[in-house]
Design a protein. Structure first.
Length: 176
């Protein structure tokens, strides 16, 4: 059964959009749109839902990414290094670091040789927060993916990894 907007029960939003484009441009190859559109839609929905454990801990995803980068690398990073690690702009990192520092989660200190360079480190409170939130966040993400069996999850991960490596090689350059 088709609804007024051209959607059937088995359709996702992208299927409807593709069908609409195909009716306007019957010869168009919409295959790329079917993949990119679904990736974008999934990302938008995940972002819209936010990450429940992060929200409960009073963190946004970008803040957790900064704290996580400091924790997983195990060393101080400069704001520029954090921007590269988290694929964020320098201005966004600076703003988030100020907020995280005010909350006592990170500290900034100058470089002994070059005062123009700042180093950022996790405080004990920041480290403890990351360590307490990570297991809950991983559990939340596992629940989000629970509709896919483990084989499908591994295949999806591998395919997305291939796409990401290709895009990083052509659009974003390799990570430092």
């Amino acid at each position: 059964m088709t609804t007024a907007n051209g959607r059937t029960a088995a359709d996702d939003t992208v299927a409807v959009v593709v069908r609409q484009w195909q009716s306007v441009h019957p010869g168009a190859d919409t295959g790329p749109m079917e993949i990119i559109g679904r990736i974008n839609r999934c990302a938008a929905l995940l972002q819209q839902a936010e990450d429940a454990p992060l929200r409960r801990a009073g963190l946004t995803r970008p803040e957790f990414d900064l704290l996580g980068a400091l924790r997983r690398t195990g060393r101080d990073l400069t704001p520029g290094g954090l921007a590269r690690e988290t694929f964020s702009s320098g201005a966004a990192v600076t703003k988030r670091l100020k907020q995280l520092q005010e909350r006592g989660l990170v500290e900034r200190h100058g470089d002994a040789r070059d005062r123009r360079v700042a180093h950022v480190t996790l405080t004990d409170t920041g480290r403890d927060l990351v360590d307490s939130v990570l297991p809950m966040q991983l559990g939340y993400e596992k629940d989000v993916l629970s509709g896919l069996d483990p084989t499908d999850q591994r295949e999806l991960s591998a395919r997305l990894g291939e796409l990401l490596r290709r895009l990083e090689g052509t659009l974003g350059g390799p990570r430092a």
